[in-house]
Each structure stands twice: as structure tokens, then as C-alpha cells.
Ligand binder design. Structure first.
Ligand code: PLP
Length: 394
């Protein structure tokens, strides 16, 4: 007898993957230029030049053990120190190398953190709309998912709803800003309000409630928008960072966990992270890419390319009559379906070769996600189809 839960997970791909696979098949049938694939969050902007230069330099000059050998389970000390120094320079958070644990990207950061924090049956609150894999990660850590519904239209956190969802079983809360799928950046006021509620509830229940900051999109913000650093607002914070989107390296699987040194019993939290990484069999994050990260601290992708895509798409779609919140970051547009059933709308869009993701599984019904991390020309080519789709509903 196989593990039924795993069999079910493996048999049914996430909806994003399903649509992404369909797009590949459809592109082979009718030509890639005729399929408007907006399904997956695969960065379209090139990694910074520094990355390729660092790889070449390392491959030519570093020892094979540094490049390809195991590192310490928590990651190479020099790499962790470089990251800690960067966090301190940017946010003054007072972390050191021993608060940093290198991971294979945000997914690993989250699965490890959840495994480290949750005992069976404990609850983890997620703010809708949320990245669908949270459910998989929380349930795999034997936790229970509790969904907090957002403010209508703005998709900021509804702090009253959030407070009402906290129970004595609440152990963790995941906050993702800039948000996948809405692109919303939570305001500093919202964050202060959330943290005040958490402080109050920790006191009331007499145990810590951890805030997990899921931050793969931290660097992808437009204009002068800033993303508050949660450690500076709430002591029991664990940051789950990833270079997948920030440096356009999703296939390299590299990121880290930063445990706030001010967290209650921070040393034990860090040790539980190490234990969870061990129990999940991660061994260590990729050695070559740990060194690449160390040697390219401060490198950035050109966020203006995403901003230009956002502007073209947002301006055109709102002109055609679609409703959506203007995203301040990430590379997604969260659009209200033109009928109540997002799946039916998805099918209609699909008949025009527009592939978007219906978002019921993200915890908000009646919306679709458009991943605009694509070549600008694909967006321009898709606009007549979006317009025709809107006209069908008039
Ligand atoms: N968290 C969010 C909100 C995401 O959107 C993603 C990927 O799309 C992840 C985590 C996982 O990222 P990574 O590729 O770094 O594992």
C-alpha cells in the first residue's frame, strides 16, 4: 500500500503546472507565438551579468571541493556571513551567520520552517489570496491550514478577520509580500496592526506565535514602494528568502532562512530548523550556488522590464473593462473573472488561446492570475484576444 496522500499529490499536479503543461502541448500544435501563456511564474528577465561572471570565475579558479563538495548542513560559513552582513546593512536587523540557514529556495525554506515550528494539529494562518503550495507544505508538516480572508478590492489583510482566526492552537502565520497572486505589497500600517494583534495573542495564550515572512519577491517592487522588513516589527519572525525571482535563478534552487536573533529561544528555533532540514533530507544547499550568491551580493535584475509589462497589461485590461488591483510588486495581475465561475471564464479565455490561472485554490473565488513575467511582445500580441474576450461579456 502506498502513502495515499503522496499518491494523490503526485497524481494531481497543481493547477498552475497543469496549465503550463497544456501550453507546451498547445504550442507544439499551433506554434508558440499563437499561444498566450500567462500561467507560470518563471522569471522572464535575464539574471544579472554578475551571475554568469561569478560562475565562470568560480569554475576556473575555485577548488572542486568548494564548488561541488558538501558544505556544512546549514551552509558555508562565509556565505552565511556575507548574507547576514547584507541584511544588517539594508535593514539593521542584527543577525549573524549563525542565524542564517542556506536552503534550496523558498519552497525548501518554508517546508523546513513549518516542520521546525509545527506540532501535529497546530494551526498555521495564511492570508488569502495565497500561494497554493502553502496548503501542501503545512499539511505535510501535520499542521492545519487556517485561511484569513482579505479586504475586498484592495486585497490588503483584513486585520479583524485575522484576529478572529487566531486560537490557542495557532503556532505560525505566513505573510507573503509582494504577494503571489495579487502583486499587492502589504502596507506598513497593516503590518504594524498584524504584529500588534500577534503580540496581544501571544500574551493571551502564553506561547509564541511565529511570523513566517515568505519573501521570494521582496526585490521585485515598482517605483518608490518599499517592503517593510518583518524582523524589525515582530521578534518571533523567521524570514524565508529565495533568489529564484530576485535574481531569476529558479532552477538553481538557492535561498535561505533567517531566524530573528530576538525571537523567543532563537537558538532552539535555529536548531529545530537544522533538525527539520536534516529530517527532510536536504543535506545542504547547492555548493556552487552558495558561492555564486556570496560573490554577487547586491546584484539585481532589471525590475523596470516587469514594470513596463505591468503597465501595458494593467492599462489595457482596465480600459477593456476588467477589474483588478494595480500591483506594486511581483509579476502577477489578479483579475476579476468576467463571470462568477473563474473556471468557466478560464475556459472561455482558453478558447482564445489565453492561458491564465483560475484562483479558487488561492483562497479567493472568481479571480484569475495573469503571470506577466513574459516577453513584452507576448503581452502586446495578446491584447486583441483580451479585448475580444471582454466584448463577449458585454
Ligand atoms: N512562495 C511563493 C509566494 C512563490 O510564489 C513561490 C514560487 O513561485 C515560492 C514560494 C517558491 O519559490 P522557490 O522557487 O524559491 O522555491
Amino acid at each position: 500500500m502506498l502513502n495515499e496522500k503522496m499518491l494523490a499529490l503526485g497524481s494531481k499536479r497543481s493547477i498552475i503546472r497543469e496549465i503550463f503543461e497544456y501550453c507546451k502541448t498547445r504550442a507544439a500544435e499551433i506554434g508558440a507565438d499563437k499561444v498566450f501563456d500567462f500561467s507560470i511564474g518563471n522569471p522572464s528577465v535575464e539574471p544579472p551579468k554578475e551571475i554568469a561572471n561569478a560562475i565562470v570565475d568560480l569554475v576556473n579558479n575555485a577548488s572542486p571541493v568548494l564548488l561541488h563538495g558538501y558544505t556544512s548542513a546549514q551552509g558555508d560559513f562565509g556565505v552565511r556571513k556575507a548574507i547576514a552582513d547584507e541584511i544588517n546593512a539594508k535593514f539593521g536587523a542584527g543577525v549573524d551567520a549563525n542565524n542564517i540557514y542556506m536552503t534550496c529556495g523558498a519552497a525548501a525554506s518554508l517546508t523546513i520552517s513549518l516542520r521546525a515550528l509545527l506540532n501535529p494539529g497546530e494551526e498555521c494562518i495564511v492570508f488569502a489570496p495565497f500561494f497554493t503550495e502553502y496548503r501542501v507544505f503545512i499539511e505535510n508538516a501535520q499542521g492545519r491550514v487556517v485561511v484569513s480572508t482579505p479586504m475586498e478590492k484592495t486585497f490588503q489583510i483584513d486585520v479583524c478577520d485575522f484576529e478572529s482566526k487566531i486560537t490557542e492552537n495557532t503556532k505560525a502565520v505566513i505573510m507573503n509580500s509582494p504577494n503571489n497572486p495579487s502583486g499587492v505589497v502589504y502596507s506598513e500600517d497593516t503590518i504594524k496592526a498584524v504584529c500588534a494583534v500577534l503580540e496581544k495573542k501571544q500574551k493571551e495564550y502564553g506561547h509564541p506565535i511565529f511570523l513566517i515572512a515568505d519573501e521570494p519577491y521582496r526585490e521585485l517592487v515598482f517605483g518608490d514602494v518599499t517592503v517593510p522588513y518583518l524582523m524589525n516589527y515582530y521578534d518571533n519572525t523567521i524570514v524565508c528568502y529565495s533568489y529564484s525571482k530576485a535574481l531569476s535563478l529558479p532552477g538553481e534552487r538557492i535561498g535561505y532562512i533567517a531566524v530573528n536573533p530576538k525571537a523567543q529561544d532563537a537558538q532552539s528555533v535555529y536548531l529545530a530548523v537544522c533538525g527539520a532540514g536534516r529530517s527532510l533530507g536536504y543535506v545542504c544547499a547547492p555548493s556552487l550556488f552558495q558561492q555564486v550568491i556570496k560573490n554577487t551580493i547586491g546584484a539585481k535584475v532589471d525590475v523596470n522590464i516587469y514594470k513596463e509589462n505591468r503597465d501595458i497589461l494593467y492599462n489595457a485590461l482596465t480600459e477593456y473593462g476588467y477589474e483588478c488591483v494595480q500591483p506594486d510588486g511581483a509579476f502577477y495581475l489578479f483579475v476579476k473573472a468576467l463571470e462568477s465561475d473563474a473556471y468557466k471564464f478560464f475556459e472561455k479565455a482558453k478558447s482564445k488561446e489565453i492561458l491564465v490561472v483560475p484562483c479558487d485554490d488561492f483562497g479567493v473565488k472568481g479571480y484569475v492570475r495573469i503571470a506577466y513575467c513574459v516577453d513584452k511582445q507576448r503581452i502586446i500580441n495578446a491584447l486583441p484576444a483580451f479585448k475580444a474576450l471582454a466584448e463577449e461579456y458585454k
